[in-house]
Design a protein around this ligand. Sequence first.
Ligand SMILES: Nc1nc2c(ncn2[C@@H]2O[C@H](COP(=O)(O)OP(=O)(O)OP(=O)(O)O)[C@@H](O)[C@H]2O)c(=O)[nH]1
Ligand SMILES: [Zn+2]
Length: 198
Amino acid sequence: MAYKNEDRYDESVTQKLIENYKSIITNLGEDAEREGLLKTPERVAKAMQVLTKGYHSDAHKIINSAKFHEDVSEMIIVKDIELYSLCEHHMLPFFGRAHVAYIPNGWITGLSKIARVVDVFSHRLQVQERLTVQIMNAIKETLNPLGVAVVIEAKHLCMMMRGVQKQNSVTTTSAFYGEFEKNPTRSEFLKLISAHLS
Ligand SMILES: Nc1nc2c(ncn2[C@@H]2O[C@H](COP(=O)(O)OP(=O)(O)OP(=O)(O)O)[C@@H](O)[C@H]2O)c(=O)[nH]1
Ligand SMILES: [Zn+2]
């Protein structure tokens, strides 16, 4: 079913996930029947559907729904778009911010749609590199711009709470297309967002 917002859940998926999470709680050595945990499988089932709702959204449709003809040829940057995603290896969160820019070639889109595209792809099981490229490609394929740039800075809980346990490392990924593949455009973009790069 299509999820219009995060309050809608697929009832059959919820029921299956409730059984799955009951088993997980039991297999972790907890008592799934104790009072505090009784509703937990349902809560997690719903939370996980929200965190993966991007599978039910189409980034191309989102951009095309607010696509306007406009003769602008300057770089448009939407920076500091906060994002929360789940790493596909551990299903633990990674979170940070995305900086997205494009140079129009006759078409622009609503600014909020750029942030919505970040949400669509981040609400899936991801690796940061693919997330970065998917955002770039969605803008490239819908607006046919002269260039697109995406930079994502994120911290991965799988590197913080477990495993290597590094609390301060930030991963930066980038994807550049068209004009952004060369200077001076790329350096102008990086300069404009540089206050936000660590
Ligand atoms: N490239 C990339 N790697 C990621 C991302 N999120 C998590 N990882 C890494 O995925 C790797 C999975 O490695 P494995 O050796 O299979 O898993 P693991 O034994 O749990 O690894 P450790 O985290 O080193 O304990 C780890 O190095 C994670 O840091 C991501 O977005 N991009
Ligand atoms: Zn991970």
